[in-house]
Design a protein around this ligand. Structure first.
Ligand SMILES: Cc1cc2nc3c(=O)[nH]c(=O)nc-3n(C[C@H](O)[C@H](O)[C@H](O)COP(=O)(O)O)c2cc1C
Length: 263
């Protein structure tokens, strides 16, 4: 619930003007809160006097508004991020993982649902790996039985066979020796957007990530993996391998020229 400190409010009406949920009205030159809203926090962000707050939100991590990073720097960062498939044997510090999640947390969500939740798999990674491998094989079998092997089903079966032949070999094409996996649950778009910010944050922290569509499918297909990860009711939407890169790049990678329809 939005709260307006009437001792601080100067009646400028900026909160009212920026209230998308029509939760504020001006009465006698003062904003009045009508009821519940979707708590986007624009009133908090726009108030020149810091008079607005939201009762059930942590207010202590509000920061003063900052100028954006230079466009040139941002584009360089976006172009320089790479999917990392070689990792050092070094755990990721909890503080860094918390910063990654902070980047996800402040990413927009549909209807401000803030419905993205996270599973950080580091301590139990080795315990859960065999179940994820089995899940990958299950996914492959399902695709094949549906006559829909596509480009990957037989590759997944081969990967699983290679794993069974030597489970101690960590140089595989599924986990790539990453020490940590970050999983995002929630709506597809919100998780995807959060993951994108997380990847950029990882790059700034000296870490690297890899989106893994393979592991996503495998986890969701494995009741045992879901049990270990406490995912019994939710599907994983995004899986990111996280770790310190054991590779460095010299330049950005090429991309197709964009198809743009200017109207
Ligand atoms: C949704 C999604 C799923 C992906 N799944 C996998 C995967 O399962 N295994 C893998 O090695 N790479 C995966 N990738 C990484 C892509 O192959 C990679 O982003 C692409 O080749 C471009 O390389 P770059 O990220 O270094 O620019 C995935 C990427 C995305 C966005």
């Amino acid at each position: 619930m939005v709260h307006i400190d009437q001792n601080l409010c100067i009646g400028c009406g900026l909160c009212y003007k920026d209230c998308f949920g029509n939760n504020l009205v001006m009465e006698d030159g003062r904003p009045k809160v009508l009821g519940s809203c979707f708590e986007c926090g624009h009133c908090v962000a726009v108030c020149p006097k810091g008079a607005c707050s939201i009762d059930d939100m942590p207010m202590e991590d509000i920061i003063p508004y900052a100028l954006p990073v230079k466009a040139e720097d941002l584009l360089t960062q976006i172009k320089s991020r790479r999917s990392i498939r070689h990792y050092k044997e070094r755990p990721v510090e909890r503080e860094k993982l918390e910063l990654l999640i902070e980047a996800g947390r402040f990413t927009p969500t549909g209807s401000n649902a803030q419905d993205v939740s996270y599973v950080v798999v580091q301590d139990k990674l080795e315990e859960v790996k065999p179940f994820i491998w089995k899940g990958l094989d299950t996914v492959a079998d399902t695709f094949i039985s549906q006559g829909n092997a596509g480009a990957y089903a037989y590759r997944w079966k081969k990967m699983y066979q290679d794993y069974l032949a030597d489970p101690s070999n960590k140089r595989d094409s599924l986990f790539f020796e990453a020490p940590c996996i970050l999983m995002l649950c929630g709506t597809e778009t919100s998780c995807g957007l959060a993951a994108s910010n997380i990847e950029l944050m990882a790059y700034s922290l000296g870490l690297g990530c890899l989106y893994s569509g393979f592991i996503r499918r495998a986890v969701n297909a494995s009741p045992e993996a879901r049990e270990v990860l406490g995912l019994t009711e939710k599907d994983v939407v995004i899986v990111l391998l996280v770790g310190y890169p054991a590779i460095s790049y010299e330049r950005s990678a090429p991309r197709k020229t964009p198809q743009i329809n200017w109207r």
